[in-house]
Write a protein that binds this ligand. Structure first.
Ligand SMILES: Nc1ncnc2c1ncn2[C@@H]1O[C@H](COP(=O)(O)OP(=O)(O)OP(=O)(O)O)[C@@H](O)[C@H]1O
Ligand SMILES: [Mg+2]
Length: 285
């Protein structure tokens, strides 16, 4: 290649790389923006009612203190009883329990969201290393066994896999999310099948369930942060969004197929090897 063509080519490559970096950066910013808006929305609701409950509780404590103070001061029992009735002690007694319970639930929800966000932010901490995917799947299955055993029979159909260069604990996290989703999708009792296989330079693992399936109009939204069809308090809608970003970081992809009323299948594809640049950055002794 003539010199000036080579120079132009290398400029072009440089420009393309810059555009690519900018694109990735703006994609990241958009994702962060979407996440932040979602977090604000999700946290706002429980914080709102915990705050209002605290105000009501403060009023109740005030009334209860008045009753206790009066107990030492009033001349007759009737007078005390009149105050108790006036301040609706019976109602306060019941409502206090309800407000505390509801507030605890709200704080628990905020805690769950914060933990999931921490998982997001820790994504960069581990190093890529060759790992046995089957071992990871087995230990994840053990971890969720308690949740699965009442819901489903678990069938393993493992193929032959080479070691896969990955962030093992994060891949386990993906498997965990898919398995819990599968268990949640099964109403009575069903079957969860975990399969693995290899195709050329990629491996895959999948979790298939015989649960309720996914509505066609929801299929395109599954990986959106905070997309959930679960009742408030049962799902944050971060499981698949987190899994998606983990798998994308590996240069892989997740495929979801489902038939309403029949069940769903989530297949995760991962490259066996990471690009050379990343491997050179891997720590070695
Ligand atoms: N195996 C499945 N069967 C049926 N629906 C599913 C399945 N997996 C995911 N979904 C649907 O996708 C939604 C999003 O899943 P995701 O794991 O991101 O959040 P979640 O399970 O609702 O909450 P979280 O995982 O944060 O506790 C679920 O609420 C559910 O509607
Ligand atoms: Mg989930």
């Amino acid at each position: 290649m003539p010199d000036d063509t080579m120079t132009r080519t290398s400029h072009l490559i440089h420009d393309l790389e810059q555009v690519n970096t900018q694109l990735l950066q703006s994609e990241k910013m958009a994702a962060i923006g979407q996440l932040a808006a979602g977090v604000a929305h999700e946290i706002n609701n429980p914080i709102g009612y915990v705050f209002s409950n605290l105000k009501t509780l403060a009023g109740y404590v005030n009334d209860l203190l008045r009753i206790i103070d009066a107990a030492g001061e009033v001349a007759s029992l009737q007078e005390l009883q009149a105050l108790i009735t006036k301040l609706e002690y019976g109602y306060i007694r019941e409502d206090v329990q309800a407000l505390i319970g509801e507030s605890e639930e709200g704080i628990e929800r905020v805690k769950t969201i914060i933990t999931a966000l921490k998982d997001f932010s820790h994504i960069d901490e581990e190093a890529f290393r060759p790992a046995d995917l089957h071992r990871g799947l087995d230990s994840t299955l053990n971890l969720v066994n308690n949740e699965l055993k009442y819901k489903a029979e678990v069938v393993k159909a493992y193929g032959h896999l080479p070691e896969v260069e990955c962030l093992p604990s994060q891949i386990n996290q993906v498997a965990l999310n898919l398995l819990t989703n599968a268990a949640h999708a099964i109403e009575e009792r069903g079957c969860i099948t975990v399969r693995t296989g290899q195709q050329a330079d990629m491996v895959w693992f999948e979790v298939e369930d015989t649960g309720q399936g996914i509505k066609a109009e929801h299929l395109g939204r599954l990986f959106e942060p905070f997309f959930t069809t679960k009742p408030v308090g049962e799902g944050t809608g971060l499981g698949l969004a987190l899994s998606f970003s983990i798998v994308r970081k590996h240069g892989g992809r997740i495929e979801a197929t489902s038939e309403e009323g029949q069940g769903s299948r989530f297949r995760v594809w991962l490259p066996i090897l990471q690009p050379q640049d990343d491997r050179e950055a891997m720590p070695s002794c």
